[in-house]
Design a protein around this ligand. Structure first.
Ligand SMILES: [Zn+2]
Length: 455
């Protein structure tokens, strides 16, 4: 009897107080992409909200119940294609109202995100330009442009390089320790330098996958590359080493893997890079379907060998501009590299190393890195162009099936001498024989992929 009375008393005191605690809107950010605008509210907890659209003039109203604003509304200019202004509506007691004035007819999408990375609860509002959406739907129904065009000799077509500036929007990437440099800013600066350099090269054309501070989910990056008929895909990043390993430095290059990572470092890095979707903010439904896709069958073998060869060319070129962190191309399950075209991820330097962070901020150094990546691309280009007509990327066609030859390693032979002997790329030998950095043991039996022509 005594216990029951005490419980009743506690409920009486606690329940009304818990209900009354309002959710605080702590901050908001606006990111403008070429075809949409994203508004992110940082919240102290989960929140009830309602969204409705009004005409004449076009605007969207968001009501948040039991909420209050912390501080003042940040300045949000009418930048971007969709949003003209963001303002506070007349709030009632305990309710916040935000009004989005629009430039064009807009389709909104709204979702809430649970705490992820550096963020707590978030409410995300995406505004899509209706006209752009309709155009996309129409062009999706039209036949492939490749078929519609008069036959253009594949070998003479421009070599299109998709340049993917890592991270963006709510996903800052790694953060430098000394100057708080954000990886997303550095990658964009290097990507733009690279695009400038490629535009000056005869026979080459750049495509910037991200050209501003906004989030693009990893899978969409490859979709954009495909739409622009990219021949190769280069994702640009800046590495970070946790804990006390501040002295870690130099560039490294990665390719995707079907069968697990080549080493623990690559595995950790892939996990970190793949968290971009989660931190940058994909809808919960998208997250579910992406997980299913990753579990599904991916026929990547076709391009992995080409990606490894491209990565090796990239390392050779990058060695000329600075130290390498790893002299071979490591592999892991990078979501952004799952692609039918050769794709590599370049960790340009360690943003966690104060010395390299300073260099990464330097315009002249950004240009040098871009030049290194360009030199690597130019090394790989003739081989990749020669492969264009082939159904599934040269070396790889030979992948697991018969027709492969075997080579017994003789004393004094090196991987590169064997690669030369059979005219296959050294990275293809490494890949198909699962070899590390060292020389193969005398007497070891190596599989030589059968159609390994190295251009
Ligand atoms: Zn990164």
């Amino acid at each position: 009897m005594k216990t029951a009375r005490r419980v009743f008393f506690l409920l009486l005191v606690l329940t009304p107080a818990a209900q009354a605690a309002p959710v605080t809107v702590q901050n908001l950010r606006v990111y403008s992409a070429p075809d949409n605008t994203r508004i992110v509210f940082d919240l102290s907890g989960p929140l009830e909200h309602r969204l409705f659209q009004l005409q004449d003039p076009q605007r969207i109203v968001i009501d948040m119940d039991n909420a209050r604003l912390e501080g003042a509304l940040p300045e949000t200019g009418g930048s971007g294609p969709v949003l003209a202004a963001l303002r506070m509506g007349a709030p009632e007691a305990g309710r916040l109202r935000f009004v989005l004035d629009l430039k064009v007819a807009t389709r909104p999408r709204t979702f809430v995100l649970k705490p992820a990375g550096p963020y707590g609860h978030r409410l995300v509002i995406d505004l899509f330009d209706v006209q752009v959406l309709e155009q996309e739907q129409q062009s999706a129904g039209v036949a492939e442009p490749r078929a519609a065009r008069p036959a253009e000799p594949e070998a003479r077509r421009e070599f299109v390089v998709a340049i993917d500036a890592g991270h963006g929007g709510d996903d800052p990437g790694a953060i430098g320790r000394r100057h708080r440099t954000r990886e997303k800013d550095v990658t964009l600066a290097i990507a733009r330098e690279l695009a400038k350099l490629i535009a000056q090269e005869p026979g080459m054309r750049p495509v910037l996958i991200r050209d501003g501070d906004y989030f693009i989910k990893l899978e969409k990056r490859q979709e954009l590359a495909k739409k622009r008929r990219a021949d190769v895909f280069v994702s640009i990043h800046a590495d970070s080493m946790p804990g006390r390993r501040l002295s870690a430095r130099g560039s490294s290059v990665y390719a995707v893997s079907e069968r697990g990572a080549t080493n623990a470092l690559a595995k950790g890095l892939a996990d970190e890079e793949n968290a971009a979707d989660w931190i940058g903010g994909v809808t919960p439904e998208e997250m579910d379907s992406d997980v299913k896709k990753i579990l599904g069958d991916l026929t990547l073998t076709a391009t992995i060998a080409d990606s490894l060869a491209l990565g090796a060319d990239m390392l050779t070129a990058l060695r000329a501009i600075g130290p390498l962190h790893s002299a071979t191309v490591a592999q892991a399950g990078f979501a952004v590299l799952k692609s039918p075209v050769p794709s590599v991820l370049v960790e340009t330097a360690f943003i966690s190393n104060p010395n390299e962070e300073r260099k990464l901020r330097d315009r002249a150094h950004q240009r040098r890195i871009a030049q290194g990546i360009l030199d690597g691309l130019k090394r790989a280009m003739p081989r990749l162009i020669a492969r264009r007509g082939e159904p599934a990327g040269g070396i790889a066609r030979a992948a697991p099936a018969g027709g492969d030859r075997e080579h017994v390693v003789q004393r004094g032979e090196t991987l590169s001498s064997i690669a030369r002997q059979y005219n296959v790329h050294i990275e293809a030998l490494r890949f198909f024989n699962r070899l590390g950095d060292g020389a193969p043991a005398t007497g070891a039996r190596l599989r030589i992929p059968s159609s390994g022509g190295d251009g």
